[in-house]
Design a protein around this ligand. Structure first.
Ligand code: DLL
Length: 434
């Protein structure tokens, strides 16, 4: 069943709609000094778009382009036209802000409604939202999509798992919305409390915001007795609602009437063949407040253009297989190794070598940082070493907004490679590959 007939638009009609919207989007983007200058340099404007392939004549936009225009330099509309501002975590501790007009918000709610409906949500359902409500796009984005369908929302927010369980047991929602790792945490807590999955009111879970695996899907489905659906998005492009699974659960349909997708080889920057992994690049076709042209997501996935039995025509993307840069998503927070480095170096006594280890021993990501410290630290006694360790942990929390365990090692004892330093050991990806 399809929420919006546009979702099954024949490919030729869809391409024509995209081409027209792309022209308009380029013109709208020219309202920002950033794009105006860029387009002038390359002699481009909306008229340069004759066919969809002409998008490849345009330069890419990167996160650092956005960061340099902090706070609202990428807005293509006057301040008075903004209806909401969200943000994503960034490397400098300052977020990248994303603006929406009232029309943008309306479209966004519709996009979330589409994938929620594809995954079973109906107007008579009650939905428990355990995403954070705040600058993060997860809570509010899904919230308005649910309301658009006419279902009831329990805006539980994130954290306090036992309270979440109480709400689930007492209100008996039909649908759970959160990150996959938090669904596992709720499932594990439920199990511990003797919760009987057979008596769960939950039927569906809509999970996204971070990478997860089929193993995780199976565990969540088993422990909560739900059918779990994957959905994908990123704040810069709009938030959740960029793509989501249908009942087939064989890839996430990209909402192509609003987002033009390319999948590129990160070395040659040329398109990869369908089915091959590459970096996803999105152009926002309808956004007014913050149009983005060829935004490099750094997310690696593959595209599948085969017709889906569900009838939707939107190309399907695979799960996110990894990131082309070194950004780590830890418990939903974006963390760059460069932030960790900065945090460690802020503390007197640190040497320059460190290794970041990320693992998911149970349901939540854990981060351990091994850092080399100057020899004399160890001569100062246990209390001094402990105080230094705490200073490192605090600094990491201030700069990167994650709680990490810091272990200190004597200078020269951490393994070093002759070529590029291998700073990050992500044991989660290893487990996912096995
Ligand atoms: O996480 C938006 C969102 C919220 C999507 C809730 C779905 C549900 P950001 O905080 O900007 O926005 O983080 C975006 O998270 O570039 C991916 O690396 C990762 N990500 C998001 N969804 C998925 C997913 C939101 N389903 C970054 N699978 C993206 C894998 C995902 N990774």
């Amino acid at each position: 069943m399809i929420w919006d007939p546009v979702e099954s638009m024949p490919p030729a009609k869809l391409a024509e709609l995209q081409r027209r919207r792309l022209q308009e989007c380029v013109d709208r983007a020219s309202n920002t000094p950033f794009y105006r200058e860029l387009f002038q340099q390359h002699g481009l404007d909306g008229g340069s778009i004759k066919t969809l392939d002409d998008i490849r004549r345009f330069p890419f936009t990167t996160k650092s382009n956005l960061r340099r225009r902090y706070p609202l330099g990428m807005m293509a509309v006057p301040r008075e036209s903004l209806a909401r501002i969200h943000g994503s975590s960034g490397t400098t501790g300052k977020p990248v802000f994303v603006g929406y007009t009232q029309d943008d918000l309306e479209i966004w709610a519709g996009l979330c409604a589409r994938f929620l409906y594809a995954g079973g949500l109906r107007s008579h359902h009650i939905v428990h939202v355990a995403f954070g409500y705040g600058l993060f796009t997860g809570g509010f984005g899904l919230h308005y999509g649910i309301e658009k369908i006419g279902a009831a929302v329990v805006p539980a927010g994130s954290g306090n798992t036992l309270r979440q369980l109480m709400l689930i047991e007492d209100i008996k929602p039909d649908v759970l919305v959160c990150t996959p790792s938090y669904a596992l945490t709720i499932a594990a807590a439920a199990h511990k409390q003797g919760f009987d999955p057979g008596r769960s009111s939950l039927k569906y879970a809509h999970l996204g915001g971070e990478p997860w695996t089929e193993d995780m899907r199976r565990a969540i489905e088993r422990d909560l007795d739900v059918t779990a659906f994957n959905n994908y998005g990123l704040s810069e492009i709009t938030g959740p609602g960029v793509s989501g699974e249908c009942g087939e659960r064989a890839g996430m349909h990209i909402q192509e009437d609003h987002f033009l997708v390319e999948c590129i080889d990160t070395d040659t920057l040329e398109p990869v063949c369908d089915g091959d992994p590459g970096e996803l690049v999105f152009t926002t076709l309808s956004r007014q407040a913050m149009p983005l042209i060829r935004y490099r997501t750094r997310d690696i996935a593959s595209l599948n253009r085969e017709q889906c039995p569900c009838g939707r025509s939107g190309v399907r993307m695979s799960r996110v297989l990894g990131r082309s840069d070194d950004m780590l998503v830890i418990r939903g927070v974006n963390v760059f190794p460069s932030q960790i480095e900065e945090a460690l170096l802020r503390v007197d006594g640190s040497a320059t070598h460190y290794v970041i280890e990320v693992d998911r021993p149970r349901t939540l990501d854990e981060i351990t940082i091994r850092v080399e410290v100057q020899e004399e630290i160890f001569r100062g006694g246990a209390a001094e070493a402990q105080a230094l360790r705490e200073r490192f942990q605090q600094s990491v929390y201030v700069v990167a907004a994650v709680r990490a365990r810091v272990e200190m090692a004597a200078e020269g004892t951490l393994e070093q490679s002759a070529g590029k330093a291998k700073r990050v050991l992500d044991l989660r990806t290893k487990a996912a590959e096995e």
